[in-house]
Design a protein around this ligand. Structure first.
Ligand code: AP5
Ligand code: MG
Length: 201
């Protein structure tokens, strides 16, 4: 299959940047992208673009996002496949905020397998729940994201993470692909823990 642009599929790296809301996925993604020549795909960012553009998808996603719930699996799966097909000239992809359910994880595995590839590693940034609220409250004063604006939404995002996303840890751990970096510390400290993990691939 030819969708993995100009490289043999098997050479491409597929990293998943995993972690609860506010863990620092977006923050750490830029340094990773630069160091490893990756294309960053944040499904949250893609959905926020749809909302801003007022598309039909964006209108549907808005209510769910502002409630701290997930959008349907097939919506984000389609976005991911589209990015894989269209982005060229990179050594791999950095998935941020995807997969977020076991169904999405399985869909990703199937999509990559169909193209002779697989997830390279899951790099998890882990912070305690109390710190999530602190970091998101701080970001709310800077970025103005609608889902950061009220504490009930933030709490629901945390609950959604524990209920629907955390089971992926066991899923990837069983495949020997789960690597955890302590997310507590300065941005530079966390970055260097992540580099220690990813440099090995
Ligand atoms: P998404 O945009 O993915 O949000 P999230 O997972 O809740 O994660 P955040 O973006 O809030 O946190 P982050 O880990 O990127 O932290 P950041 O680096 O900004 O998803 C939003 C919504 O879209 C979802 O709730 C859902 O509705 C929908 N959605 C998205 N993907 C989906 C999917 N696959 N399926 C279904 N629905 C989906 O850092 C946070 C703050 O902390 C920043 O201010 C930062 O400066 C600061 N910070 C970072 N690191 C440090 C540090 N080490 N020390 C101090 N401060 C730090
Ligand atoms: Mg983010």
């Amino acid at each position: 299959m030819s969708w993995i642009n100009d490289r043999a599929p098997i050479q491409m790296k597929y990293y998943i940047l995993f972690g609860p809301p506010g863990a620092g996925k977006g923050t750490q993604a830029s340094a990773m992208v630069e160091r490893y020549n990756l294309h960053h795909i944040s499904t949250g960012d893609l959905l926020r673009k749809e909302i801003k553009a007022g598309t039909e998808l964006g209108i549907k996603a808005k209510t769910l996002i502002e409630a701290g719930s997930l959008v349907p699996d097939e919506v984000v799966e389609g976005m991911i496949e589209n990015e894989f097909k269209t982005v060229k000239g990179v050594d791999g992809f950095l998935l941020d905020g995807f997969p977020r359910t076991l169904a999405q994880a399985q869909a990703l595995d199937e999509l990559l397998a169909r193209n002779g590839s697989e997830v390279t590693a899951v790099v998890s940034i882990m912070i305690p729940d109390e710190m999530i609220i602190e970091r998101i409250r701080h970001r709310a004063t800077i970025e103005g994201r609608a889902d950061d604006a009220n504490v009930d939404t933030i709490k629901n995002r945390i609950a959604t993470y524990h209920r629907q996303t955390e089971p992926e840890i066991a899923y990837y751990d069983a495949k020997g692909k789960y690597y955890q970096a302590d997310g507590v510390g300065t941005i530079e400290e966390v970055r260097s823990r992540i580099f220690d993990i990813v440099d090995k691939f």
